[in-house]
Design a protein. Structure first.
Length: 133
């Protein structure tokens, strides 16, 4: 079976968030996932490459903060994932009330952010439940 393809979405991350997200992506790779990091300079993402990666991914992981939960790019990527019948998991900070998520299904399909490695393991476990991995 091919590696499940994961698109990691993060809106305007800070330097600390980028470092955490890189470690999270590396942990997912270590668990056997093919990962696209849209914020990575190596990805050099254009709108076209982001849309292609969204279409080709099996799963969309939305790294959410209180400021990104209502951003246009977050809502766009959620819409593309939903329209493409993709599995979606939200990763939210431990201090964020899930009720702040603007989209009800994400409240049930969420993982609470902890260390990058623990969060990756929790996402992988959710994927096994959803039979993506």
């Amino acid at each position: 079976m091919a590696e499940p393809r994961v698109f990691i979405s993060q809106d305007w991350p800070t330097k600390g968030e980028v470092e955490w997200a890189h470690r999270f992506a590396d942990a997912l790779r270590g668990l056997g996932f093919d990962v696209f990091e849209e914020w990575s300079p190596a990805a050099n993402p254009s709108q076209e490459s982001i849309e292609r990666a969204l279409r080709e991914s099996d799963l969309i992981v939305l790294l959410i903060s209180t400021r990104s939960a209502r951003s246009p790019s977050f809502l766009f990527e959620y819409g593309v994932a939903l329209g493409g019948d993709k599995e979606i998991i939200a990763v939210i900070p431990s201090n964020m009330d899930p009720e702040l998520l603007p989209i009800r299904p994400l409240r049930e399909r969420r993982v609470t952010k902890s260390s990058p490695e623990r969060t990756a393991a929790a996402v992988a476990a959710r994927l096994r439940e959803l039979r993506v991995a």
